[in-house]
Design a protein around this ligand. Sequence first.
Ligand code: FE2
Length: 246
Amino acid sequence: MSPPSDPAPAGAGAPGSDQERLEAQLQVFAREIGAMYRSQKARAEQLEAALGALKTAYLETIRSFAFVVEAKDAYTGMHLERCRSYGVALMEELGVADDHPDAEYGFLLHDAGKIGVPERILSKPGPLTAAEWRVMRAHPVIGYQMLENIPFMTTAAEIVRCHHEMFDGSGYPEGLRGEQIPLPARAFSIVDAFDAMTTDRPYRAAMPTERAAAELSRMAGTQFDPDVVAVFLPLIERLPGVGARA
Ligand SMILES: [Fe+2]
């Protein structure tokens, strides 16, 4: 810090009054505070940019991992990425996206637990035996255990654990019903089913969006939360990529 300067105006002769000295001192403080503010603002902007870059890198890492899991299932194509973008759009429409910033990670990773399911069961062409179903139905819990200890992945872990629960309690692994199922998981099951119905599979062609919407309505109250279906249906035409192909 520079030594205090004489606040009296140059050439003023006798020292200035107390009032003048105080005003000069205040100007010095104001300049110093201004400089500090600019420096802190620049630092905050640098931190924000670094945080943005970190978030992008984090999402890309999770996306890569999710695609590795998806690669075990040859039929799903870009299913994960569409589930993510539709899911985020639905969370925004529900007004809860900001409360669950990690939901998109859960949408991407919902089937991550399949990494613990043997390939012969995942790819079995015929129907699964009861024992094989028990193994297959463990994948939400395996995925949950992969994420549950990561503090900022709480919602993502809940989505993974509850993505096969059904609104009427007939799902798995716990048979949760209604609002016992976290809202992001209730939202996910709708976008997951919608995307499954509206894309080609080896055993059937894609369903038109209107028919898929009718199916969601039919299953509102049993498989799906009727309130969330009611928010999703008007959103369909605005989903990324859907309006163009409808
Ligand atoms: Fe699953």
